[in-house]
Ligand binder design. Structure first.
Ligand code: ZN
Length: 335
């Protein structure tokens, strides 16, 4: 017994294609015996691994939500070998609101693992994923983006792998997804992970996890959506789960280690002078903050403490002290 109060309307072990809801009990003024619905689809056919694909862990990250919904609509059991579990909007209240955090309890699902079965809804969801779904999964594909406040080029995120076998699996998933960038963590992951993310949950339960940052800024990019849909099919094919699909030639992936973020220390409107992929030197001015309450004041330069290139940038112009305006990374072969 896991102690979870969340129930699943469908049987994940029955062959075929089944769609329903995870029911998260949530008793409110307008719905005393109600539950929050999280859509779930499972496809199972023959022998093969179990892949858990998540999106909508943050509700304002959209390409993954569309891509997983479309997979659920388009793939039939006969196409699949093994089992594919699709949850396009895991933090469903946040997805419905188009917000990073849940409007129900303020929770940030990707900071809530391992969760709490007796906690508020976001904690209950994290606990259910960690204790019920993740132990059944061989692989986790968790789809994100920069959300409302950040913008990422299509980027795969992965650990180094805590064993040679896991490292090889991670490289296989990265090559199959074939996104332009990969952010390779310097840590190995594995069962001792203390990360409060879905990837951390996967590591603790023995599933091989990758994550992806797919655009952001609160919009949907057709190009990135196409890359996402292609990449998911290529992953299933690489795992021998989608034998009828023929992958096209790969484009290659630029591997990088993230060095850290550049932060605003003043309030105002941020004018960037770097873009994704641009080289940055240590001490370089990467942008200006314009005070809007004192027009005569000269703009304040924002200086990078890192040398590398821009992997991620802020999507919103207004900044406060403590906001990240850029994330700087260095190429793996230079590390
Ligand atoms: Zn996210």
């Amino acid at each position: 017994m896991t102690g979870s109060l969340i129930t699943c309307e469908i049987d994940l072990d029955t062959p075929g294609k089944h769609a329903g809801y995870l029911r998260v009990p949530h008793s409110t003024h307008r719905s005393a015996y109600g539950w929050l619905p999280i859509p779930i689809t499972v496809l199972k056919n023959g022998d093969g691994p179990t892949v858990l694909m998540l999106a909508g862990v943050h509700g304002d990250e959209y390409e993954g939500q569309i891509a997983l919904s479309r997979l659920a609509q388009d793939i039939e059991p006969g196409d699949i070998r093994g089992r594919l579990i699709l949850i396009p909007t895991l933090n469903a209240p946040a997805a419905e609101a188009g917000t990073r955090t849940s409007p129900v309890d303020g929770g940030n699902l990707n900071r809530a693992f391992p969760g709490d079965p007796a906690g508020p809804p976001t904690q209950m969801i994290a606990h259910y994923v960690e204790e019920v779904l993740m132990p059944q999964a061989d692989y986790l594909i968790d789809l994100h983006s920069g959300g409302t406040s950040l913008y990422y080029p299509p980027t795969l995120l992965r650990g180094q792998g805590h064993t040679p076998e896991v490292a090889a699996e991670l490289r296989k998933l990265q090559a199959a997804f074939d996104l332009p960038f990969a952010w390779v963590f310097t840590g190995g992951g594995g069962p001792t992970s203390t990360a409060r993310t879905a990837m951390g949950a996967a590591n603790r339960k023995g599933a091989v996890p990758v994550m992806a940052e797919l655009g952001g800024g609160g919009v949907v990019s057709e190009d990135i959506l196409a890359m996402t849909e292609r990449g998911l099919r290529r992953i299933l094919n690489a795992l021998d789960m989608l034998p009828g699909y023929t992958p096209d030639a790969s484009n290659g992936t630029r591997e990088a280690h993230a060095l850290g973020s550049v932060y605003a220390y003043d309030r105002g409107v941020f004018e960037p002078c770097k873009d994704i992929g641009d080289a940055v030197g240590k001490g370089d001015s990467v942008g200006l903050i314009h005070a809007t309450d004192a027009v005569s004041r000269a703009p304040i330069p924002v200086v990078s403490p890192y040398a590398g290139f821009v992997l991620c940038k802020r999507a919103l112009a207004r900044v406060e002290r403590g906001d990240a305006v850029f994330q700087i990374a260095e190429d793996v072969d230079q590390a």
